[in-house]
Design a protein around this ligand. Structure first.
Ligand SMILES: [Zn+2]
Length: 252
């Protein structure tokens, strides 16, 4: 049986002539812990790169999401971990240009030396999901939460809820993002909005909220738009890697 399954798997995977690249899930901030399938990527087109180079604060979510939806295969956009999203954008830029370096200026936090470095994907500052999320959390008030990490689908729902005119209150996005980690309270499934109201005007106090935030911090993962480079003093220099036109359309 095993050998038949292995053969099938081999057939399903794209061959060397395919333009799809199998993503090594270990490289993802989530380490692929929350994906059951293989993920594939393809190089971005000139038009897609141009779109990325022109993102604004207003368009960034839409452009990043549509880029990931069309260039990443093997998973629905809504199932992609929210905390893998930024890394995937850096990754797509990297495979599209064969990781062509970009000059960034870094400063060492220890010796304060400033220098120019060649940014490549391997330098991106990534916090990996080392431990599996402890899904059950008992709050100081005695309630038991079941937890998960939010996906891009959840992020889209948060944006939709925030813009829903039916909710006249001013929704705090940070609190709602934390609340989106809750899938059930005392065994009862809750929507993101319900989880939010639990802290906005429900039983969840500031102490309970602080407990939840501290718990999630222990398992947090993700990429930030910074890179680290070994400094001559033995410490690390840090440089911002901004998602600018020069990054997506490098001078070559
Ligand atoms: Zn240094």
């Amino acid at each position: 049986m095993k050998s038949i399954r292995e053969t099938e798997e081999k057939v399903q995977k794209p061959g060397p002539k395919s333009n799809k690249i199998l993503i090594n899930k270990d490289l993802l901030p989530s380490k692929g812990k929350y994906y059951k399938t293989d993920l594939f990527a393809r190089k971005l087109s000139a038009i897609e790169m141009k779109e990325l180079s022109k993102v604004t604060r207003e368009s960034v979510d839409r452009v990043f999401n549509s880029t990931i939806a069309s260039a990443i295969d093997g998973i629905e956009l809504s199932d992609v971990q929210r905390n893998d999203k930024l890394w995937l954008i850096y990754y797509l830029r990297s495979i599209t240009y064969n990781d062509i370096p970009m000059k960034v200026e870094g400063e060492c936090k220890s010796c304060k030396k400033k220098a120019w470095y060649d940014y490549r994907l391997m330098n991106l500052d990534v916090v990996y999901a080392e431990k599996e999320l402890e899904k059950e959390l008992v709050l100081p008030n005695g309630d038991t939460l079941e937890l998960r990490f939010p996906t891009i689908g959840d992020e889209i729902e948060i944006a939709r809820t925030k813009n829903n005119p039916a909710y006249i209150e001013n929704i705090d996005t940070d609190v709602m993002t934390v609340a989106s980690h809750i899938s059930s309270i005392n065994g009862e499934a809750v929507s993101i909005y319900e989880a939010y109201t639990y802290f906005a005007r429900g039983k969840g106090s500031a102490l309970d909220y602080a407990k939840l935030v501290s718990h999630l911090k222990k398992f947090a993962f993700g990429a930030r738009p910074y890179a680290k480079f070994p400094c001559s003093c033995g410490e690390y220099a840090e440089a911002e890697v901004p998602l600018t036109t020069a990054f997506f359309l490098p001078e070559i």
